[in-house]
Design a protein around this ligand. Structure first.
Ligand SMILES: [Zn+2]
Length: 165
């Protein structure tokens, strides 16, 4: 174990610029975060980011990613102005790898270790963009949210024997 009493980078996204007010003590070590997004992610799944002597490095420490490519549907075509607003809001999230807008769709690639579809949708909801919201769309999204949570739990449990149930 390191003798450092606090981390010098955000353990979730590895950015070296951390906010000293975003502090979480985990197993006696203070961790600082770049954003509340990363802090929330860490609190929900610390084993994804911090290993232990028994199980070795965490998925993040091993440089692992869980890249997801999704197509997100909108209720109307995205014009240039709306596209610019949404790009700005989505790129302020950590873990977004690529964005491509095409007519009524957004093709997004992201690292599930850092950001989930639910968070991406929340960022879209705060912009003027309108997600397709038919029953089938909502059921499909709910299923993806659930399966992403399961995947994160599984990844965390591979390096942990005292996870949350
Ligand atoms: Zn971060």
């Amino acid at each position: 174990m390191s003798k450092l009493e606090f981390t010098v980078h955000c353990p979730v996204c590895k950015m070296t610029k951390v906010d000293r007010s975003l502090l979480f003590n985990y197993r006696g070590i203070d961790h600082y975060f770049c954003s509340s997004q990363c802090l929330d992610r860490f609190k929900a799944h610390p084993h994804l980011f911090v290993g232990d002597p028994k199980h070795g490095l965490s998925p993040k420490q091993k440089g692992q990613k869980a890249l997801k490519k999704r197509r997100i549907g909108f209720s109307e075509p995205i014009d240039e102005e709306l596209k610019a607003v949404m790009e700005q809001s989505l790129l302020s999230l950590m873990g977004i790898e690529s964005l491509l807008f095409e007519e009524t769709f957004l093709y997004v690639t992201y690292d599930l270790l850092q950001v989930s579809l639910e968070e991406i949708e929340a960022a879209i909801d705060q912009s003027p963009g309108k997600l397709k919201s038919g029953v089938a769309d909502r059921i499909k999204r709910g299923f993806i949210h659930y399966s992403e949570e399961c995947e994160l739990d599984n990844l965390a449990h591979l390096t942990s024997d005292h996870g949350h149930h």
